[in-house]
Unconditional design. Structure first.
Lengths: 375, 261
């Protein structure tokens, strides 16, 4: 055997090993996700046995399925109702949608973080740090205060949040550029400024509004919370998350090229102007949708992509799917802590992500500045 | 593949960076682009690889205007090697080279055995096969440059653009990289700053000064002391090297010229 076939064999094997590792990780994360959902529904001041939880969930899912398909449930599949109505309501109407929302929002914010970081080529990018979440909040608040975007009906809130996210992202992006290059310092500083401005605007609209309920609602936005979720709120997030992350994963090769550099991406056949515009809209759409249902939950888009890259490297074909799982699992657990750690007081999840994310951000900033020789 | 640059101008705020340049490359030719810093070499190359849209003139690849092609179609025909830094995000050498397949891939396409094979062969060709799993960021300048050439090979383009491929490299790598490119047999246009390397490796040369073309021809026709004096502002002695049979240029400091002259 010649040397060349031996080395060829080695490279191919190691890329196959990597593939296998990826699929194993995906299977492991699926198991962990199911476990986390179960814990999310079970762990709480009011204890309900795991077995009862899953029986309720299965029975209810089957009923919804039967309703949707308008087929009668066969007799043998019927599950005996051994639970009380109170248990049913707690599991099916309160906890389950809340855990699922945590899953979708966590996944969505992680995907947004990954994408933004490729777009601005900086691992410090996160929708919360760069003021995109604040922009989305302003959009949502103006819907509540002025009835803006009324034409969008029940989706007016999400539409307003999307529009606010798009606007703030655009401002930050334009400010961060100098001679066509995005400068890290300008990026972070303009992000901070935009975040402050839009937070101020949210407060201004709230405090000058005649609507008394508004102040309470806005406080939830500023802190980020999953409390009080019902099933109808899950529809838009799950659609946007699925379509958005699918579209991004299909563009993973272009995202990789963009991460190397603008010119590189262009010479590898990416229409960078158009691609960037698509990414802008996708990021704003996901951020807006998530903020509309859960408020501004910070730092997930910062922490998760970093951890995922440590696990599977930089290739977006692996980073995006894994980030969806890790982000979802992470927020489910943060929410569990938020509900149980200081019971009966419940913390907004955003408080905990900020407590974790702030130091993490400082640590990454320090790494970045050290690597650049203190620039 | 042939390149035809037809009367191309590109300017920023009424200042002409590239001024009515016309040049061409024949099939399989290695063409060098010379000129001092700021003479518009890189900008001209950028108009060629469709990054800058010229305000006047056309760039034709095999008679086809690059602006009538999509970025993807251009990337299937033309590969570019330039100074590259990936910033803080790290890819493995293997992943960087595999990106050369991007222009040939549609959205739902997966990587095939053939893609991996191409990467493997390209890495062998630039003697980087043992680096496949190394992180790109940890490589030296010369190693990075060779990896990028491997990516260009994987791209299977029939036209190659090199922007100062030997900048900041050890002399050993300067020679080995140009040697490698020369033997690919792919039509190449390269911006170079070393006149001796240009004299040795290029079939033909174009010289730019302040965005305009001031000389064109074979190295023997172009690299004359008078022209070097006008373009670079230095005195020089040009001789045929007895071993290589190519021109060699020795630059002469002002002081030595004053003594002789």
């Amino acid at each position: 055997m010649t040397t060349s076939t031996i080395t060829s064999h080695t490279t191919l094997t190691s890329s196959r090993t990597e593939q296998r590792r990826f699929w194993l990780l995906l299977v492991g994360l699926t198991v962990l996700l199911l476990l986390s959902v179960t814990m999310g529904v079970t762990l709480s001041p009011v204890a309900i046995p795991v077995g009862t939880v899953w029986r309720i969930v299965t029975a209810q899912s089957l009923r919804v399925l039967a309703d949707l398909t308008t087929l009668p449930l066969p007799e043998w599949i019927r599950i005996e109702e051994t639970w009380s109505t109170a248990q049913l309501n707690i599991v099916w109407l309160i906890r389950f949608p809340r855990v699922l929302l945590g899953l979708f929002v966590g996944a969505g914010l992680a995907v947004v973080g990954v994408t933004m970081q490729a777009l601005v080529r900086n691992p410090l990018a996160d929708p919360y740090i760069l003021g995109i979440s604040s922009g989305a909040s302003v959009g949502a608040v103006s819907v509540l205060a002025f009835g803006a975007f009324a034409f969008a009906g029940v989706y007016a809130l999400s539409f307003g949040a999307f529009f606010g996210a798009l606007l703030s992202f655009f401002i930050v992006f334009m400010m961060a550029q100098r001679h066509g290059r995005i400068l890290p310092t300008r990026l972070v500083l303009s992000g901070v400024a935009v975040a402050y401005f839009f937070s101020g605007l949210s407060s201004f609209i709230t405090l000058t509004s005649d609507n008394r309920e508004l102040a309470r609602a806005v406080l939830a936005w500023l802190l980020g919370s999953l409390a009080g979720t019902d099933w109808t709120e899950l529809v838009l997030p799950v659609i946007v998350l699925t379509v958005g992350s699918l579209a991004l994963t299909l563009q993973a090769r272009s995202l990789n090229a963009l991460l190397v550099g603008d010119e590189t991406a262009a010479t590898l056949g990416v229409d960078t102007t158009r691609f960037r515009r698509q990414l802008f809209v996708t990021v704003s759409l996901i951020t807006g949708t998530m903020v509309a249902v859960s408020g501004a939950i910070g730092f997930i888009g910062l922490i998760i992509p970093h951890v995922v890259r440590l696990l599977v490297g930089t290739d977006h074909r692996r980073v995006l799917p894994i980030a969806i799982f890790v982000g979802g699992i992470f927020l489910i657990w943060v929410d569990i802590i938020a509900r149980t750690a200081f019971a009966p007081t419940e913390l907004p999840v955003g408080v905990i992500t900020s407590l974790l994310g702030g130091p993490f951000f400082l640590w990454m900033l320090n790494q970045q500045l050290t690597n650049r020789g203190g620039a | 593949m042939q390149l035809q640059v037809d009367n191309v101008s590109w300017s920023v705020d009424a200042q002409k960076i590239v001024d009515s340049v016309t040049l061409s490359t024949a099939e399989g030719e290695f063409v060098g682009l010379l000129g001092p810093n700021g003479s518009g070499k890189s900008s001209l190359l950028r108009t060629i690889y469709r990054l800058l849209k010229p305000q006047a003139g056309h760039i034709l690849l095999d008679e086809c205007n690059v602006w009538h092609l999509s970025a993807r179609e251009v990337a299937q025909r033309m590969a570019v090697v330039m100074q590259e830094r990936t910033g803080e995000f790290d890819f493995s050498v293997f992943e960087i080279v595999l990106m050369g397949r991007n222009p040939h891939k549609k959205m739902f396409d997966r990587d095939t055995e053939q893609d991996f094979q191409l990467v493997q062969e390209a890495l062998q060709r630039v003697h980087m096969e043992s680096f496949a799993q190394r992180s790109f960021l940890t490589l030296s300048g010369g190693e990075k440059q060779r990896v990028l050439i491997a990516r260009a090979l994987v791209q299977q383009a029939r036209f190659l653009v090199l922007d100062e491929p030997t900048n900041h490299l050890d002399i050993h790598y300067q020679l080995s990289i140009l040697e490698l490119v020369k033997h690919l047999g792919v039509t190449t246009i390269a911006a170079l700053h070393d006149l001796n390397l240009a004299a040795y490796y290029c079939d033909r040369l174009y010289v730019l000064k302040q965005g305009g073309l001031v000389a064109a021809g074979t190295p023997a026709q172009v690299l004359q002391p008078d022209l070097i004096r006008t373009v670079y502002g230095v005195w020089s002695e040009v001789k045929l090297h007895p071993l290589t049979g190519k021109l060699t240029i020795t630059f002469l400091p002002e002081s030595s010229v004053a003594r002789v002259g």
